[in-house]
Structures are given as C-alpha cells and as structure tokens.
Design a protein around this ligand. Sequence first.
Ligand code: FEO
Length: 402
Amino acid sequence: MYCTRNITDSIVWVGGSDRRLALFENLFPIPRGVAYNAYLILDEKTCLMDTADASIRQQFIENVFAALNGRPLDYLVVNHMEPDHCANIEELALRFPQMKIVGNVKTLNFIQQFYQLDLTNRFLTVTEKDTLSLGKHTLHFVFAPMVHWPEVMMSYEETEKILFSADAFGSFGAHNGTLFDDEIELDGEWLADARRYYTNIVGKFGVQVQTALKKAAALDIRLIAPLHGNLWRSHIDFILEKYQLWSTYTPEKNGALILYGSMYGNTENAANVLAFKLADKGIRDIQLYDVSNTHVSQLIAESFRYSHIVLAAPTYNNEIYPAMYNYLHDLKALNLQKRTIAIMENGTWGPLSGKLMSEFLQNIKDMTILEPKITIRSALNDSSLDQLEAMAQSIAESITQR
Ligand code: FEO
C-alpha cells in the first residue's frame, strides 16, 4: 500500500525508509535506518524529483502511482546519480514512455554508465541558465559538484521557494511518520546522525560545500528538501550554521576528545587518568572513545565536533595500533584540519606509535601538536603520572585560551 505525505498543497513526498540495511554504502552502521526522499510536483506537468534506492522500489513505485492518481509522469529530475537515489530510473522510463529525464551533461554520462537501456533520446540536458516550467511551478538548477558526486545539482522551485538539495542537509535515520525539522527533537539523535552523515559522506569536500552554500545564500528558501533525513522549514538557519562550521572544519565544542587504543587496559588507564585530570582543571566537555569498539564513522563525527583531540595508542608490529591507524587514515581522507592534538604512545619495547602518529599528522593541514608528548612503558608509574599532569595542564591551557 502507498505511504505518502503532502509537503505542500501540490508537492507529495513519495520516498521511503529502510530499517533492514545494516551498513549504508556497505560501510556505515545505521541503527536508526535510513530514509530515501523523493518528491512529486503536481502541476500542469508532473515532475518527480529523483527516485530512490532499489531496496524500497516497490514502496516507491506504489507511492508515485498513488500520488499521480492516474496522471502520466512528464519529467524526472535527476539531481544525483548515486544508486541510492537513481536506482529506479530505468523502471520509471519503462513505465512512463513519455517521461523526459532532466539532468546535466555529467548526469547523462553516468546514466549511460549505470544503465544498458538507451535513454539518450529521453534526456533533457540543462545548465544553470535553464529553467523548467511545470505550470505554476518553475525549477531552476543550481550545480553543486562534489556534494557529493561531480554531477550533483540542486533544484530550486521559485513559486514555493523550495530547494531540493540532493545529499546536502541530509541525515541517516528512517522516518518515524514525521518529516519536518519542527516535528522532531533536533538536538538529539537527529543532529548526531546528520553530523555523522555529513562528516563521513561529504566531509572531504568542504570547499565545494562552501561554494554550494554561497549559491544557496542568494536564494529565498522556505523549505529545504534533501534526499535523506528530515526536511527543513522551521530551523533552516540551524542547519545552515552547522554546515558552515562543518564545511570550514571549525569545531563546535571547545573541549577534549580522547581516543585511545588499548590492548590490555594500560593505555585505557592512562586515558582515564588524563580525563579526570582535565576535569579537575575545569574542563567539562570531555569525551572518551575506545577506537577498537567504536565505529570509525563515529570517531570522525566526534573529531569534527571537538577542538582538541588526544590520541593514545600502543605500538604494534613497529607501527601505529591498527584501529588507531584506520581512524587516522579516515581523518586524512576526510580532510579534517585545524585541530590541536595531544599524543600519547605506549610500548613495552621500542615505542614508536607517538613518532609515527606525529609524522602522519604533519601531512594534514593545520594540525597543531601539543607538547609534551607522552611515552608510557607498558603501564603507568609515578613518572608517567607526572607526564599526564603536564599533558593535562597543556591541554587545559590550550582549551581555555582558545
Ligand atoms: Fe545519498 Fe550521494 O547519495
């Protein structure tokens, strides 16, 4: 049975949610599921804004047919050609032989790569100068390359002032009947999931997101309709502010994120002692995570959130402890920068992880490494307590002076 909701008098949400998928992109845990949004504009012409993932095909197709209520589908606008949104193009093309597919030159190229069915004569190529009139509604096209694929564009509907924003402003999380930002608790799990989604999916492309934000700033927007997560109508400034911080790699919290790897609990002990010393010095925003049992996507999201990061890891096969290395690899790949880092190594013989972590960070833009760095020999002793005190003092001063 169809499951739709009107987002305005003439625009229907026709997407769906998937709570069965364990890993988004086969990488990221999504315990709250994920939503694939699609929107149907009903005017003199009918126009669908994107499709959905193959996993919800049946629901999506039922929704589209129900919303059309017997009318043909005239246009499909493809804002993003990643399969979680484009998986039903061929299905729709077969079901609606008159349907035109609207996209840019790169979109067409990707369609030809993904689909064997020749859709070239159905394709309407647009540039940023073009508009598409549907009757009372008119669409403008705002290209947003690398947010988060090169062909991505947003569509702006001028009459209702809606920005169909593709992946931008999206989030993990299935819909619970609610669709809009004023129907959910923003500061809780939704914000955490929006941050984890942004930082891991789009985080690398801060410069390109900045370009897209500048284009969006020139538009009068009443509603943002992304391809994932909730729609934004009452708290647009809230999400724009978050995107401004995230895309400029500006921390949200002036505090300490302590990430530790620990084989037998000794490095964990040091991380705990450091955290208590920081609290004793008046620092309140402190978070500890074990890199071995926290998914790296969560570590990345928290790293975007915090100003100061402590890395504590054993040496392993003369290298950085693998779980910590995996985190560092993602940190670099996702382009995080402008952080202050404290480094703690542990080694029973030949400790090297501190030196290696420092060298790794020197290849990342605008990372400040705090002194002193700490070396633990197997387990804490009186001498290492003194070192931890010095490190806590250095971090606390740096946080307080920021
Ligand atoms: Fe939700 Fe870049 O796809």
